[in-house]
Design a protein around this ligand. Structure first.
Ligand SMILES: [Zn+2]
Ligand SMILES: [Zn+2]
Length: 292
């Protein structure tokens, strides 16, 4: 079992229960280091999950918990920051002023509907289809390519510490319902995005939420991308994206198996304020079972 999780939510954004309750569970499970990364406020937009006032309370609470639990666990302060061009990025004033220990960069919105509402493709399969139809003239390829182009822009221009759930755009694509994940255009989009990540030196997250929520057969990203990212020397972090304390290490056994199978022997873990390589420990699920 890995002893860290650095992508985690609480009731300050869309998670359940307080940060303290997550830490109590983390300590009970023997974790050594834990980072909170609630969704950052998106000022001036309807899509934010936290207000600027709540952000102040969130930051203060994590600082308090750092002190309170320093004997038991290292606590880190972060935010999952959306990249929406012209609206929010990792260099937005409220992000810089938050003095975070690290930043998770994520693309949850791809362009916008005619009324200006950002297209939150994760919301529902209906919303996914509507975005493809209305914003991209029905071209799934154009929509998916735009998603990866936004990740590259975010990575190249703002260099987040961690790139969240790289292939999240496949959330509704189980059974390849909308596109083939082995089509040349898709592989090219992935390839170009991994080149960007390797160049800037961000850590790529292996996010187990899609797996334990049974959205996808694999974590975000899956096996094919992990084999490629390993060959390109991209460091990875294993994270649960927990929205409830019961999920803080869910899917880690499978994630670990998949990483080992992809050739990874280490993951990056924030320890004593530095990102350090930590050995991946084989679990009883190794080799990883394949689930369709
Ligand atoms: Zn996310
Ligand atoms: Zn998240």
């Amino acid at each position: 079992m890995q002893l860290a999780n650095h992508h985690a939510h609480s009731h300050f954004s869309d998670g359940r229960l307080s940060p303290r309750e997550y830490l109590q569970e983390a300590i009970a499970q023997g974790l050594k280091t834990y980072g909170f990364s609630d969704h950052a406020p998106v000022p001036g937009s309807a899509v934010g999950l936290m207000s600027l006032e709540e952000l102040e309370r969130y930051l203060a609470e994590i600082d308090t918990l750092k002190q309170m639990y320093e004997e038991d666990i290292q606590v880190y302060k972060s935010l999952e920051v959306d990249y929406i061009p012209g609206v929010i990025a990792m260099d937005s004033p409220h992000i810089l002023e938050s003095e975070l220990d690290y930043v998770i960069g994520a693309v949850h919105f791809v362009d916008a509907f005619a009324d200006g509402t950002p297209w939150g493709f994760e919301e529902s399969v209906e919303c996914f289809e509507r975005g493809v139809t209305e914003i991209f003239n029905g071209s799934i390829q154009a929509a998916v390519e735009r998603y990866y182009a936004l990740i590259r822009e975010m990575v190249e221009d703002f260099r987040p510490t961690i790139v969240a759930h790289l292939d999240r755009i496949k959330k509704w694509n189980r059974g390849e319902r909308f596109f083939s994940e082995s089509s040349p255009w898709y592989l090219e989009a992935i390839d170009k995005t991994l080149v960007s990540i390797a160049e800037v030196g961000s850590i790529m997250e292996v996010n187990t939420k899609g797996y334990y929520k049974n959205e996808t057969a694999e974590p975000y990203p899956g096996r094919r991308i992990l084999i490629q990212s390993k060959q390109m020397g991209i460091p990875v972090h294993l994270a649960s994206d927990a929205h409830h304390p019961e999920n803080i290490t869910k899917g880690f056994e499978f994630g670990t198996s998949l990483l080992l199978e992809s050739g990874y022997e280490q993951i990056s873990v924030l320890s004593d304020g530095e990102w350090m390589p930590a050995p991946l420990k084989p679990s009883k699920l190794h080799p990883a079972p394949f689930r369709k």
